[in-house]
Design a protein around this ligand. Structure first.
Ligand code: KG4
Ligand code: ZN
Length: 351
């Protein structure tokens, strides 16, 4: 018998996503984003995001079904992001998913969005390794996890104590007068700058901090150092060397991310590193991760950009993995969890 058809629904932040997955095969997906609405606010406005999910949900679902050549009546289970994310956005997706599950009389799986960023990798590559280190980097997360089974065994080793990598890039972008979200603009400028021109601090990498926070990150001190540096030029009436600032800042962030991810692989004797999340579009992260993994004999898996940013496929992939692992479906009354812990890949019946 063929594996069940899973409908995945994503609505944690500003992307509405739907996807159909059978086993490890992605049959079709669609994504709508409300990001364009936020440029003039300089950040996501949760109320606008919630309304956008409401408007985009049905058209996005229809496109995904269309692309998969499937009908709603073919769906065997619904997977939906249960958290972490914006509570209003999550509520729209979860309500829609529950309505579909009840109407179709199929089980529902409330899954962890962040873990989904790693699960999606097996839709575009081989099945996930038996044991690996995951690095999830996005506007909201910079996290290192140790993964056995993606649906049942995820242990958080560390993460950022303050800003996420993408968030730090967005803040530096604002400091330099670049449009929101600043991440891709800072990345673009950094390619023309000199990474060694300025030595910005790497948080939690020296002394006692590097022992106590072996797998943790901190980017707030770095952000302050960049702000001071930029101000010193502005106060002197000199033009800010934006490309060098971007290159040196980017180097500091990516040096920390890749050094600690590789360290986790070596400490935990894992031969593979899987990277996911919207920030993995960063060009220097990709290059440095490839360089350092190769030097350490670690296999690096980085999904194509389209599946690094938020999408329904990551949710369907984790739903499919939950079914494969024999996990119980989630109870119909589960609630959105804006701070859903990473060691809960799937909302379980108990607790
Ligand atoms: O995963 P994602 O799409 O949304 C969240 O769940 O947060 O990540 C978006 C984040 C934003 O902060 C954006 O500025 C950042 O990823 N980002 C980048 C790049 N592309 C996206 N940051 C640096 N360099 C990039 N090329
Ligand atoms: Zn995400």
């Amino acid at each position: 018998m063929s594996e069940p058809l899973i409908l995945g629904i994503e609505s944690t932040c500003d992307e509405t996503g739907a996807a159909l997955v059978r086993g490890r095969e992605l049959l079709g997906d669609a994504v709508a984003t409300s990001m364009d609405a936020y440029a003039r606010f300089g950040g996501i406005v949760p109320e606008i995001a919630s309304r956008a999910h409401l408007e985009s949900f049905v058209p996005t679902l229809d496109s995904a079904l269309d692309r998969a050549g499937a009908d709603l009546s073919d769906v065997d289970a619904v997977a939906v992001c249960a958290g972490p994310g914006l509570i209003g956005s999550l509520t729209v997706g979860i309500s829609a998913a529950k309505a579909l599950a009840v109407a179709l009389d199929v089980p529902i799986y409330g899954v962890n969005h962040v873990v989904g960023h790693l699960a999606v990798d097996e839709l575009v590559d081989d099945p996930l390794p038996e044991r690996f280190i995951g690095l999830v980097v996005s506007g909201g997360h910079s996290t290192i996890v140790l993964v056995g089974d993606i649906a049942t065994d995820v242990v958080e080793l560390g993460g950022t104590l303050d800003d996420a990598a993408g968030e730090a890039f967005d803040k530096v972008g604002r400091l330099l007068g670049l449009p929101y979200p600043g991440g891709p603009h800072v990345d673009r400028l950094s390619r023309t700058g000199d990474r060694e021109a300025i030595r910005f601090p790497r948080g939690l990498t020296a002394g006692k901090d590097s022992v106590r926070h072996r797998y943790d990150f901190s980017f707030s001190g770095l952000k302050t150092a960049v702000a001071r540096y930029v101000e010193s030029f502005q106060e002197a009436g000199h033009e800010v060397p934006r490309a060098d600032v971007c290159a040196a800042f980017s180097e500091a962030v990516n040096d920390s991310l890749t050094a600690k991810a590789v360290r986790a692989c070596l400490d935990m004797e894992c031969g593979a590193l899987v990277v996911g999340g919207g920030y993995s579009a960063n060009s220097r992260l990709r290059a440095l991760a490839a360089e350092r993994c190769e030097a350490a004999g670690i296999a690096l898996r980085l999904p194509p950009l389209r599946y690094c940013t938020d999408n329904g496929a990551q949710i369907a992939a984790l739903g499919a993995a939950a079914v494969r692992a024999g996990a119980a479906p989630s109870p119909m009354d589960f609630a959105p969890d804006s701070g859903m812990p990473l060691n809960i890949p799937v909302v379980s019946t108990v607790g």
